[in-house]
Design a protein around this ligand. Structure first.
Ligand code: BJW
Ligand code: ZN
Length: 246
């Protein structure tokens, strides 16, 4: 399917009458920027299993391995740029009086593209903190020193991201739920929808009456429940939607 196909009159009309619009995004959103997804063909978890790296037990068992993974990803993410999909969402935030991005991504690309109302459910790779005293550290600091960076208090520093088994940041989660409950349109973009509680958000919006649009090159468990499934890349389909609703 080409990116502009299936941008139906119904979809355009849903945007035209919408007051509250939400974009819920996952790793596929940044794939065209050059950030690997987790579970796709280019998925980083083809080589590393999530349970080996993205949980606290793994970190305590082998902090050097987990830090090596994050240091490599920090370097990749620092060098990439937002793609046309990110810029289309930033333009939508300027167009609608109420627009929120709810992202599972930790790459900060939505803010770098210009979105301001962003809920980061799984943290942000640009931040780090001491597990003992809570002091924050920049990437510059943690990448310059030892393989396992330490705070002056002796505590271990970790990336400020949400690992499996950890609670999502309360403010971000509550903001996301609020936005979904009042959404007239929800775009679910580039997520496999397998990680909870984030994956429940499109359903929350749908139950509250939102028109749900999914964008993904591959069908997911959401596809048959969405009002429309646009099969393709977000860097192509989001700009096409923006052009259609202008
Ligand atoms: C494109 C594209 C293009 C490609 N354009 N698209 C059983 C049932 C339900 C829940 C659980 C359960 N057992 C355990 C749980 C809970 C667990 C969970 O959900 N596990 C499931 C995997 C089973 N969840 C948690 O633990 C969460 N916390 C929690 O529940 O707290 C309560 C609690 C506390 C204590 C005990 C128990 C419960 C926390 C989840 C944290 C997730 N963290 C990660 C790592 C973040 C840090 C880091 O990056 O290093 O977040 S995991 C990883 O997955 C990351 C992502 O944000 C997240 C979602 O992945 P995403 O974004 O969907 O990426 P992919 O790769 O899966 O998909 C990419 C998609 O893009 C694909 O569909 C492609 O087709 C598409 N695509 N190119 C558009 N160009
Ligand atoms: Zn400390």
């Amino acid at each position: 399917m080409k990116s502009s196909e299936n941008i139906s009159d119904q979809l355009v009309s849903a945007f035209r009458t919408a007051q509250h619009v939400v974009a819920f995004t996952g790793a596929g959103m940044s794939a065209e920027s050059g950030v690997p997804t987790f579970r796709g063909d280019d998925g980083i978890w083809k080589t590393f299993k999530p349970e080996e790296l993205a949980n606290l037990n793994a970190f305590m068992r082998n902090p050097a391995l987990v830090w090596e993974w994050y240091a490599a990803r920090k370097k990749v993410i620092a060098e990439v740029q937002p793609n046309p999909g990110h810029y289309a969402l930033a333009e939508m935030e300027r167009k609608f009086s109420s627009f929120a991005v709810i992202t599972q991504n930790i790459d900060n690309l939505h803010r770098r593209a210009g979105n301001k109302n962003v809920f980061e459910l799984h943290g942000n790779i640009e931040r780090n903190y001491c597990m003992k005293c809570g002091t924050n550290f920049t990437n510059e600091y943690v990448l310059a020193g030892a393989a396992v960076p330490q705070c002056t208090c002796g505590g271990m520093i970790r990336p400020d991201v949400v690992w499996f088994g950890e609670m999502l940041p309360e403010d971000e989660w509550e903001g996301a739920i609020r936005a979904c409950r009042s959404a007239d349109v929800l775009l679910s973009v580039g997520t496999s929808g397998v990680v909870y509680p984030a994956a429940s958000l499109p359903q929350t919006a749908k139950l509250a009456g939102a028109y749900v649009i999914e964008i993904n090159p591959e069908p997911t468990s959401l596809s048959s429940h969405a009002d429309v499934f646009l099969q393709g890349k977000s860097g192509e389909i989001l700009p096409a939607i923006l052009a259609a609703i202008r």
